[in-house]
Write a protein that binds this ligand. Sequence first.
Ligand code: PMP
Length: 397
Amino acid sequence: MYDYAIMRKILMIPGPIEYESNVLNTLSLPTISHSSKEFVTIYKEALTKTATIFGASVSESVPFIISGSGTLGMEASVVNFIKRDSKVLVVNTGYFGDRFVDLFSRFTDKVDQITSPLGEAVEPLSIKEKIDTNEYELITVTHVDTSTGVKNDVRKIAEISKGTDTILVVDAVCSAGGENLDMKWGIDVAFSASQKALGAPPGLAVGVAGSKAISKMEKIPPLTFFSDLRKWSSVSRGILESKGGYFGTPNVNLISAFNVSLSNIMQEGIENRISRHETMASALRAGINGMGLEMIPKKSFANTISAVYLPDGIDQKKFLSEAEQHGALFASGLIKEIASRYFRIGHMGSITSSEVMIAIGSIERALRDNGHNIGVGAGLTAAQSYLSESGRLKSMN
Ligand code: PMP
């Protein structure tokens, strides 16, 4: 049977995502010299907008854009603020918290963790207890853990660590551009990557180091080379002063495309964008509830990703491949113990109600194909009702 859905499907994994055509078109422009005036202007714009998205100002903080993935952002955001054997705390809500523990193990044995039960955010007061009774050089928090879709209360955590000597580092790879996030809350370093809610293809680690972090970094000998933020800060400062700067050849085409995506974000307005993400995530959850499915988080839901348990007896591989044929590509589970029992839906970037309905429709049909007994349109009706309430559909599309 000829099926359009086989040919045309949307990428709804938690990054990479579907990108806007003006972003993709920019990638195909001729590569210009990385030291040309034209590129310095583009780079400067991208750095300035990056700072704005993180709620930082370029006069007090240093934004950075480095070729590499989010994992380079993780490394650069921590190694510059610790010494060998520094004591650190990882606020660990899943796979990417574990990755921080792994990263720190290369530099220190003194790694404490605060964890939470599966599907729950970490209680900020438990962090206060730890900070009050230990001297941590640095704390890491994963804002949205992509493995579970749980969102930590970064604002409260920042209020707790603000005023202490500890550097608070926020992994915003799965949140920047889709969740409320503001360095002014008391965050010292925040970083993300290009490929998720910031809306450009994978390949850039981006972030901002605030003044407390910068002055700490200047007193500490570097532990690494490519992820040495002293080097990248001096590049950023040169670019922001329109003088240029070089440490490693920047990815000219990708930074240009990223800059276009940041302009798209500015044009929509950061608040509008976050509220669109929130509405789309809520509509998707309404659909998931309508189908009688259970999410991993019980509250503290992310705007950018949803992790959903499969009903008993549904084979994950078959389900994912059928959902793909029905139009939407989802990701499998990441938490080892339950990896085959759930799947993950990315809903970020340019997400609209159309993609939300495609996602729910393809989940519904894939479940029915696999013999699961749900009514036709149960999820779609619930999501549609949610979106129709108080004119949400009209204002969001
Ligand atoms: N942190 C979080 C929260 C992530 O979601 C990811 C990527 N999924 C990373 C870090 C690592 O980023 P990358 O895969 O781009 O290296």
